[in-house]
Design a protein around this ligand. Structure first.
Ligand code: HEC
Length: 354
């Protein structure tokens, strides 16, 4: 067994065990962001290291040449899966299906499903790296094909990050229950999305640059490498700069919210219900209305222009601010030290949330 193979395998094991060990696993159970980190390690890190450890060579060293020849013959169909098409399809399908089906939420509640999910990620990761890192006797594809494959794979993490980051409601009730509030779970979800976007992108970009470097050392395309590297870095930084950051709801004081609650009962409850569940007017909280999907800015602009219906714009600015503070509180945004101002309310792109 070659020394390099042992080193790669050891690093793979250490990384895998660290990612799945109780301290990280406990954090991953409570926080989507930690969970994302754990999954990135299982998806990208561990499979790449296992492939670098040339598992078939080790197998041959342990089992003997004859057995290995038979094994390689039996696994001949495996060559198909080193094709970049298969790799990309398996990889992308796994990412989207695990996050946007019921599977993820169920894996949070059940240990066997969670284990199966990690196995799926490891397998998808192995598929992903095969076109680039296929260990002998399998062969990676040609350098141009590897570069094309990695370039196509590069935006996949960003797309998933974007989808997760732009979701207006928490996708997984498990985290809402554990973190105690919708806004905390939503912030966590945005952080996880940014991690997927940036860290996922950086890993594939690093693979792309390394592949370019290895190729350049073999061929005489070295002259083309520096400008390409520069171009890629600019693209990557551009992507990272645009990564989603959760807009935070504007601050209001507890005092404003208390006054607002009284004003709401006096001016709005008749139509929107004392419990905000709706009456003649639509529900302003809970699942019955649309307000949870609206931004603070929208609700503020709408209610100062059109409400109370029949007396549109009839309240004083500080009265509207109080009601807005009350609505923020009802939607789970905690009060702070600074009072709410009309400018802040009109500018905030934070979602009201359920
Ligand atoms: C006389 C009844 C009535 C009163 C009083 C009233 N509203 Fe409304 N409100 C409505 C109706 C009806 C709608 C739906 C309008 C539409 O869809 O065209 C509405 C819509 C809204 C919306 C938009 C909801 C959405 O889903 O887009 C908000 C926000 C709102 N009202 C806030 C208030 C506030 C705050 C007050 C008190 C200051 C108030 N309303 C008083 C009847 C009322």
């Amino acid at each position: 067994m070659k020394r390099a193979n042992i080193v790669w395998l050891t690093v793979a094991l250490v990384l895998g065990v660290a990612a799945l060990a109780p301290p990280v696993d406990a954090l991953a159970d409570r926080s989507f962001t930690w969970h994302m980190l754990q999954h990135l390690v299982i998806l990208y890190g561990v499979p790449a290291l296992v492939l670098l450890a040339r598992p078939f060579e080790t197998f041959a060293a342990v089992a003997g040449k004859a057995k290995t020849a038979r094994f390689v013959h039996a696994t001949r169909p495996l060559h198909v899966v080193t094709s970049p098409h298969v790799a990309l399809a398996v990889f992308v399908a796994t990412l989207w299906l695990t996050h946007f089906s019921g599977l993820y939420e169920r894996s949070l509640e059940s240990a066997p499903i969670h284990f199966a999910e990690h196995l799926v990620y490891f397998t998808a990761g192995a598929f992903f790296w095969l076109p680039v890192l296929a260990p002998p006797p399998l062969r990676p594809c040609s350098f141009p094909a590897r570069l094309l494959f990695l370039t196509l794979a590069l935006p996949q993490g960003a797309l998933l990050g974007m989808a997760l980051g732009s979701a207006r409601a928490p996708l997984y009730p498990h985290y809402v229950a554990l973190q105690g509030s919708v806004s905390a779970a939503l912030r966590d979800q945005h952080d996880a999305a940014a991690l997927m976007w940036i860290a996922g992108g950086m890993i594939v970009l690093a693979a792309l640059l390394l592949t370019l470097g290895v190729w350049a050392r073999r061929e005489t395309i070295a002259a083309a490498v520096p400008p390409l590297v520069l171009l890629l870095l600019v693209l990557a930084l551009h992507g990272a700069g645009a990564a989603p950051t959760a807009p935070v709801a504007p601050s209001y004081t507890g005092d404003q919210a208390v006054k607002g609650q009284i004003l709401f009962y006096e001016n709005c409850a008749e139509c929107h219900g004392a419990d905000l569940a709706g009456n003649f007017g639509p529900a302003l909280a809970g699942g019955g209305g649309n307000v949870q999907w609206e931004t603070v800015s929208y609700v503020w602009t709408y209610m100062t222009a059109h409400m109370p219906a029949g007396n549109a714009g009839g309240l004083r600015p500080d009265e509207y601010l109080g009601i807005m503070a009350f609505l923020l509180k009802v939607h789970g945004h905690p009060p702070g030290a600074a009072p709410l101002s009309s400018a802040a309310a009109a500018a905030s792109k934070a979602f009201m949330g359920p």
